[in-house]
Structure formats: structure tokens, C-alpha cells
Design a protein around this ligand. Structure first.
Ligand code: ARG
Length: 600
């Protein structure tokens, strides 16, 4: 391997152990595609700002696309000699493209580079986790819905407390998961500003355009302080915190399901798919899936504490200590992802035993509170009602009896306020339905919460559709061109995200007319000259472009010349209207509208 990329001032090579100790490539290679996206945005900006030439930009992007392919196909050889993913990619780029490639690191440092890559990754990770949370929420709601009226004892201190609906108990976990999703939306937001351009720590003397890279990479904002930009890992800590708390919730559910599936409780039967046998005791069916969820909570807490400790007392700005951030993050991401998937499987496949639930409801004087409430409603001060009920329980308990076997005459001995209607109050289903306060366990309340859950899920899914969108940012105007020749529509294959086929087009530059923008974009991407430009429709929705809220003015453009792909287009092709490929953005809808308009 040739010289290290930072080797100029060194006369000795690092010791072998130092080289291995320093290297992060074994794990930060997970950032490879984010690093490439980031470099592409960076060099586009450099050429746009005339810091590097257009030709160099083209070469670099070409090289980066090739590297992306090599990585995807497993042909790329990662080397610890190049320390980390950033230098591995840069090394290969130089191999491929020579001197042009040596310009990629202009107006950039690995400090803002790694911070940018990591944030791109963290945003996607948050989105992925939220999707999995939603998956589990759906499984919980399904289970609650199909066991709507099933009753169980509710516990406090793990002692029989009051009867509740099984669906009510399940929906408690739905609430926790809703908060978890909120925490991950929070870490997504913290990660959503671009540090690129902060360089080593102080910014740069090159005339860069941070706004451009920020938008291209889909960040909601650019970080306002270059020192903070390269030394902030709050977004990662927030993610680790969210993972730790989410795992705590899953661990509590695991613990309950483990207990409830024992022969002592017998409430729950876990599917064989998520249980294992014992190598010696043939009768056993162990809840390993749930034990592992409970157990792995430990590493999620550990990862959070670990990064908090790494960051504690670090002097500004970047310190190599911070390289310790990524393994913690990746581990928490992978772990919480698995936990949620496995828990969804467990929840979707378990079944309840109505009979044991009912037997259990007879134990432990579970409606004692209802008896006390009954007396209080008849005018006896609650404290006294509590005392009377306690005496009744003691009386029955000493003879091994329960509310079911006690006669009304016996009860009346304890209080004149007790009437013949008392027995109804002591039935679990009546107890449950009497608790009709908002959020209570009555069928009406639980039914309402289940309905509301569907809305919560819809809302979460809606928010996920805008992952790279700053809610506060105003929409950006863009143009798209419908070019038709002998019944065929011209489409370009996009070089950048979102990949795939699309109408030629792009963003309107500040102060430019929409007509000029569409002619310019068309020329850049297809080489065609616009000879007739007619406005079609305007399309605006936060969802139409996942990177940014766009308003697109669509034109029908008459053209001259031969088309050849260039700029943001890697390929172009004429398509028959009823033989269109999969299209990016909302271009399918646009072309459908166009076809309908033409038919009229
Ligand atoms: N591999 C490094 C990390 O993960 C990249 C940044 C290196 N920066 C530096 N100044 N040495 O943190």
C-alpha cells in the first residue's frame, strides 16, 4: 500500500499495533454509501461554486458511482492501511481517477465528513426503527381487537388488584411504543442538520455553498456553529437513549409474558416458533425469545452509558475518542431492530387461555375495591368503607372462601348499607365496565383507545413519508418537461436519489423564469433544444419528492435536435405511453394526467 493520505509530515510509519488500534474500517464501512452520497453532493457543490472544474466533478462522480457498484457487488477491497471508510474510498477514487480525485477533499475535513455520513445513517436508522415500532403496534392492536372482552386480573405488587380487560393490558404497551416512536422522531430531528462545510472545526476560506449540500443531502438545516457541528453527537446519544427506553418497555412485556406463560400462571401460550426445548428435560418449552429480549436490554443500556461517558469532558472540537460512537450506535440499531421484529412475531403468534384467566379472577378478592366503592357510594366515607371491606375479606379468607360463596345475609352483618344488589357489583365484568373513566378499563374506553390507536398509527406513517423534510421549510419550485415525439415520451434515468426513470427537469434557480429553467434543465440532461414551451399543470405536495417539499411546474416542450443523456441523467429513452417503466416522484400521475388531457 502506498503512502497514507495524511503522511506528508511523517517520516515513520505507524507501528503495526497503532495501525490496527487506530483503524475503524472494520465497522465504519457501513457508512460507505452515505460517504459516497455525501461526496457526490460535495463535488457538485464545489463545481457549482467554481472551486473545481466541471470536468473534474464529472470524473469524481463517475469514480464514486463505480466505487458504489464495487461495494454493492462485494468487489471493493477494504484495507486497514487506509484507516477508515473515508480514506478507503478516497484511496480507490485516486486509483481510478488520478489527479482529479485528489480534489475531492477540497474544503472538507474528515471531521465534517464523518459527522455528515453518520447523521445520514442515523436518520435512516431512526426511520427504520420507527417502521418496526409501527409493526409491533399493529400486532398489539390486532391482538387486542381479537380479545376485546377477555378479562384478566390486573396486578399491583404482582398481587391481584382489580379485574381488567386483556385488551386494556395490551394497549398499555401500545402507549409505551407510541412514546418510543416519538423519541426516535426526536433523534431523527436532532440528526437532521448538515455539518458539511464545517471542515476541521473553523469553516473554510473556499467560497462554498453549504445550503446546496444541505439540500442535496436532504438535511433540514445547516449547523450554525462549525465547532459544534463536528463535535456534536447528541443525535447519536438520543438514538441510544430511545433504544434503551424502548428495550425497557419490551423487556417489561417479555417479563410479563414469561411469567404469564409459566404453569403457575398459565394465562398465555407462546407459539413454538418462538420457544425452544431443553437438551435434558423433554417436557420443557422455554421462552428463549423473550428472555433474549429481556437480556439484550442490558447492552442497550450499556451502549447509552458508554457513549455518554465517551463524550463526557471531551474538549472541543473533534477528538479521536469520538470514533467510539459508531460501534455503540450500530449495535443499538441492530439490536433494537431485532428486538422489535422478534417481539412482533411473539405477539402475533401467542394465544390466551380464557379458562385460567377466569379461574384466576376468582382468587384474591379481586373485586374488593368495588365492594368498598359500593359502600362509599351509599354514603359511607371511603376510609370506613375500606375498613369494612377489609374485615369482610379477613372473615372469608380465614375460612378459605371468596366473594362467590358468601351470602348476602352474611355480608349485611358487616354493614347496613349492603343491599341485595351487592352481588352484581362483585362480578368482574361489572367491575370492569363500571370503570368507564377516560383511559379506564371498561369495554367502551378500551374500544375508544383501540380506535384512536388506528389514527395514531396513520399519523406515524404519515410523518414517516416526510423523512427528509423540514416541516418548517418553505417549498422549492421545480420544473419538469414532458417531451413527446411520435407518440413516445422521453424519460431520463436518474444518477442520484431517487434513482430510476423520471421526466427531465430540476430546480428553478433563484431569479430564473420557469420557462428558462425547463429549457436549461432539458438541455443539460438531454442535450435537446426547447423550441416550444407550453405550461401544463402545477403539482405541489410535501410527498411528491421525498427529499424536499417541491412545487413542480410541468411543461409540454417541443424540441429539436438529438437526445443524449448528460449531467444528472445516466441514460435516456423514449417510452410508449402505455409501456412506462417505474417512475420516480409523482411522475406517473403527471403522465397519466397528460394522457387524459390529450384524450379529451
Ligand atoms: N474515523 C474517524 C471517526 O470515525 C473519522 C474522523 C477522523 N478525524 C480526525 N481528525 N482524525 O471519527
Amino acid at each position: 500500500m502506498s503512502d497514507r493520505l495524511w503522511g506528508g509530515r511523517f517520516s515513520k510509519k505507524p507501528s503495526e499495533i497503532m495501525k490496527l488500534f487506530n483503524a475503524s474500517i472494520s465497522y465504519d464501512k457501513r457508512l460507505a454509501h452515505d460517504d459516497i452520497d455525501q461526496s457526490i453532493a460535495h463535488v457538485k457543490m464545489l463545481s457549482k461554486c467554481k472551486i473545481i472544474s466541471d470536468a473534474d466533478k464529472e470524473k469524481i462522480i463517475d469514480g464514486l458511482m463505480q466505487i458504489a457498484d464495487e461495494i454493492r457487488s462485494g468487489k471493493f477491497s477494504f484495507s486497514v492501511d487506509d484507516e477508515d471508510i473515508h480514506m478507503n474510498i478516497e484511496r480507490r477514487l485516486i486509483e481510478l481517477k488520478g489527479d482529479a480525485a485528489k480534489k475531492v477533499h477540497t474544503a472538507r475535513s474528515r471531521n465534517d465528513q464523518v459527522a455528515t455520513d453518520f447523521r445520514l445513517f442515523a436518520k435512516k436508522a431512526s426511520i427504520e426503527v420507527i417502521k418496526n415500532i409501527i409493526g409491533l403496534q399493529k400486532a398489539i392492536v390486532r391482538l387486542a381487537e381479537s380479545n376485546l372482552s377477555l378479562m384478566m386480573p390486573g396486578f399491583t405488587h404482582l398481587q391481584h388488584a382489580q379485574p381488567i380487560l386483556v385488551s386494556h393490558w395490551l394497549m398499555a404497551y401500545f402507549e409505551m411504543l407510541t412514546r418510543d416512536a416519538e423519541q426516535f422522531f426526536g433523534s431523527l430531528k436532532l440528526a437532521d442538520s448538515s455539518p458539511l462545510g464545517a471542515c476541521a472545526l473553523a469553516g473554510t476560506s473556499f467560497p462554498i455553498d453549504r445550503n446546496y449540500t444541505q439540500r442535496t443531502l436532504g438535511f433540514a438545516a445547516s449547523s450554525g456553529n462549525s465547532i459544534d457541528a463536528v463535535s456534536d453527537r447528541d443525535f447519536a446519544i438520543s438514538f441510544l437513549y430511545a433504544s434503551a427506553v424502548c428495550s425497557m418497555h419490551l423487556s417489561r412485556l417479555s417479563e410479563e409474558l414469561i411469567l404469564f406463560s409459566t404453569s403457575e400462571f398459565g394465562f398465555v401460550r407462546l407459539s413454538e416458533e418462538y420457544s425452544t426445548g431443553s437438551s435434558i428435560m423433554p417436557q420443557k418449552r422455554n421462552p428463549d425469545a423473550l428472555e433474549l429480549i429481556r437480556g439484550k436490554t442490558g447492552r442497550l443500556y450499556g451502549n447509552l452509558v458508554s457513549l455518554l461517558v465517551v463524550m463526557k469532558a471531551l474538549p472541543l472540537a473533534y477528538d479521536k475518542d469520538m470514533q467510539e460512537d459508531k460501534e455503540r450506535f450500530f449495535d443499538s440499531f441492530d439490536t433494537i431492530h431485532d428486538l422489535l421484529q422478534v417481539m412482533s412475531g411473539v405477539v402475533s403468534s401467542l394465544s390466551f387461555d380464557k379458562q385460567t384467566f377466569n379461574l384466576s379472577l376468582k382468587k384474591g378478592f379481586i373485586t374488593a375495591t368495588d365492594l368498598a366503592d359500593y359502600l362509599a357510594k351509599k354514603g359511607i366515607p371511603f376510609r370506613q368503607a375500606h375498613k369494612i371491606t377489609g374485615e369482610i375479606v379477613k372473615y372469608l379468607e380465614s375460612s378459605g372462601r371468596d366473594f362467590e360463596t358468601v351470602s348476602i345475609a352474611e355480608l349485611k352483618k358487616f354493614s347496613d348499607a349492603i343491599d341485595d344488589d351487592i352481588k352484581d357489583y362483585l362480578l368482574p365484568e361489572n367491575s370492569i365496565n363500571s370503570r368507564n373513566s377516560y383511559g379506564g378499563t371498561s369495554s367502551e374506553q378500551v374500544g375508544f383507545q383501540i380506535k384512536k390507536a388506528a389514527e395514531t398509527i396513520k399519523e406515524e406513517e404519515q410523518r414517516l413519508k416526510l423523512p427528509f423534510l423540514n416541516y418548517k421549510r418553505s417549498p422549492k419550485p421545480a420544473v419538469d418537461a414532458i417531451v413527446e415525439r411520435s407518440g413516445k415520451i422521453l424519460l431520463i434515468k436518474r444518477k442520484y436519489e431517487p434513482y430510476g426513470w423520471a421526466l427531465p427537469g430540476g430546480f428553478i434557480e433563484y431569479g430564473e423564469s420557469a420557462e428558462k429553467a425547463v429549457a436549461r434543465e432539458l438541455k443539460e440532461e438531454t442535450g435537446l433544444d426547447a423550441i416550444g414551451i407550453k405550461q401544463f399543470h402545477v403539482y405541489s405536495s410535501p410527498q411528491r419528492d421525498e427529499r424536499v417539499h417541491t412545487i413542480s411546474i410541468v411543461f409540454v416542450v417541443e424540441t429539436s435536435g438529438d437526445a443524449a443523456a448528460d449531467d444528472d441523467a445516466s441514460e435516456l429513452k423514449w417510452f410508449l405511453e402505455d409501456d412506462l417503466p417505474h417512475l420516480a416522484f409523482d411522475h406517473k400521475k403527471i403522465l397519466n394526467d397528460y394522457r387524459l388531457t390529450n384524450k379529451l
